[in-house]
Ligand binder design. Sequence first.
Ligand SMILES: [Zn+2]
Length: 704
Amino acid sequence: MLFTFKITLNLRLQVVFFFLLLLISSKIYGQQTEVVNFLKVKATVEPDFTQKSIKGIVEYSFKILQNTDSVYLDAKEMRIIEFFFKDGRVEADKEKIWLIGNFKKEKLYTVNFTYNAEPKQTLYFFPLNGDGSDSEIWTQGQGKYTSHWLPSLDDTNDKIEFDLTVVAPLGKTVIANGKLVEIEKTTVSQKWHFDMENPMSSYLVAFAIGGFDKKELLSNSGIPIELYYKPQDSLKFEPTYRYSKEIFNFLEEEIGFPYPWQNYKQVPLRDFLYAGMENTSATFFSEAFVVDSIGFNDRNYVNVNAHELAHQWFGNTVTTKTDEDHWLQEGFATYYALLAEKEIFGADYYYWQLYQSSEQLKAASDEGKGESLLNPKASSLTFYQKGAWALHVLREMIGDVVFKTAVKNYLEKYKFQNVTTEDFLNEVKAATQIDISLFVKDWLHQSAFKAEDAFNSLLKSNFIKNYFEVAILREIPISNKKVQLKNALTFPNDFIGQEAVYQLADEDFLETLSLYKTAFESNNLYVRQEVALSLKTIPKELQTEYESLLNDDSYVTLETALYQMCMQFPEKRIEYLEKTRGVIGFQNRNIRQLWLALALITENYRDSEKPRYLMELKHYTSTDYSFEIRDKAFLYVEQLQLWDNETLTNLVEAGVHPTWRFAKASKELLNAVVQEPENYEKMKVIGKQLSPKAAAYLNSIIKE
Ligand SMILES: [Zn+2]
């Protein structure tokens, strides 16, 4: 899984950061795996959008390993409607469904039952328009527990073959694990039958229902790759999924073990909780990665795409036994995603990413916050980035051939089972004469980051050497490094050029003017972007060059440049606004929203249209839109003080949104907004239009 984390700083600098955060899965190392092995489940589930509930019919087969009078499935607050079980009975409590009988060792049993539930989490319903007539539904198992919507096992150590059938309204598309074998039509709905051939842990079971189209590709090895999209995003299909086939072919070849599932699907989802989730054969990812060709330059799906695909082997085929081994999933997925990016974007890019993560790891380590890779409570930085570094270092030590042999043997030996770090290390030891004990000590057990080893490894890249030569100039006065910076900005490398521009900020323009001109003339998108981001006061002498940023193929550049120019050259504001009218930007409509805000505060500009602009901007705060759009809209509503019944209602709803970071930010904003007595009075009368959950939340605020 990859987490996505967005920080909206302020109007001047709006940057999106993607943080990889650890999901702490509070694993209970169940004893039950020694008593029973659940083999297979056939489940038919039908979600109800209006009730936000689910009902299901399941048939579970299981094998008893030790005589017992009861076994259980995890099932949160489920009700049994009826059951058929010739060997016993079925009972539900708040946490579990119990199968009770006189079960004998080595015997196979089958149980059938029907249940319903109103899941508090894990299964999410989103309206796509005001009247709720269109909707999207999806699940997120990891960290949320599939047992909220499907009786299953919270323990990852019993793998089950899940054959899911999902009942969905006519006209909707269902995406779930495995191969679609049949769509059975009734007058009001369709039953989508999926088949899995191999077992998996319950956290990887998933389905999504929505209005999706798809295109299908075939990997070199013949695996169908289904790429889903919303019909209105058809023009964004190519940039969104750019390199998908290359990534698949590369990883299958690189890992050396054939892709282990029947097909591979990917679907972008509205308001998805994370950047991506590697449900078996069906990766779900955030709609924020649906981009056009310009957006691709700023923020693309390549890394998340490769990360989630790598999990189809590391995590889904071999699953860790305990949290101590979590790096076997996240470290591997991070490392193989880096290798895929190296294949696509080149070795410099690969080393740059390693360098960036080494800086973070070193900083944490220097603060005494270094963590062993085997620490079950380690941070995401450790599991993901230190894990990837460990594999990079190991591969350098034992060589490509041995590394690949060890990984292949590890997957072959433990496929569809659970693994420990020891299992992986044993395969490495079996493949080489080289003593890896120092590696195990330094990179797996030691909490401090081996920064010197990392540094030496990075120096194998000439690009990194060149970068360091420029970075070291940070300490030198501007007058003494102009020649070197000029060189760095003439035909620059993306990263080295950015570093050179960074060093110009806050220096005297008499010294830097010609260097800025060189940076503009470089025509390098990322160097010019760094100018937009770091140059806070635009000198008159650079106005023409700066204005040319509006033509760059980057929404990050455009957002910053448009804002800066409208503020610093107000006499030309109308010209800038006319030039950027109609540009939407990213999925969060960053350019459109900024444009609306600027248009609204610009005198004598399209005054007759302003009521429409105001309505549009305020409407972006509503539940009709994804949280990324709303998050930005609230910022402008606050800046322009557009609080009224509509926007306040939407803010209260935002406070109970399932995406907790958005909910948290909305609550904080609401707490600030209600400090104004005028807003507080308005809040008292908005209760009627709210959802029950939001109404309860509002009550708690008004009472305080
Ligand atoms: Zn992951």
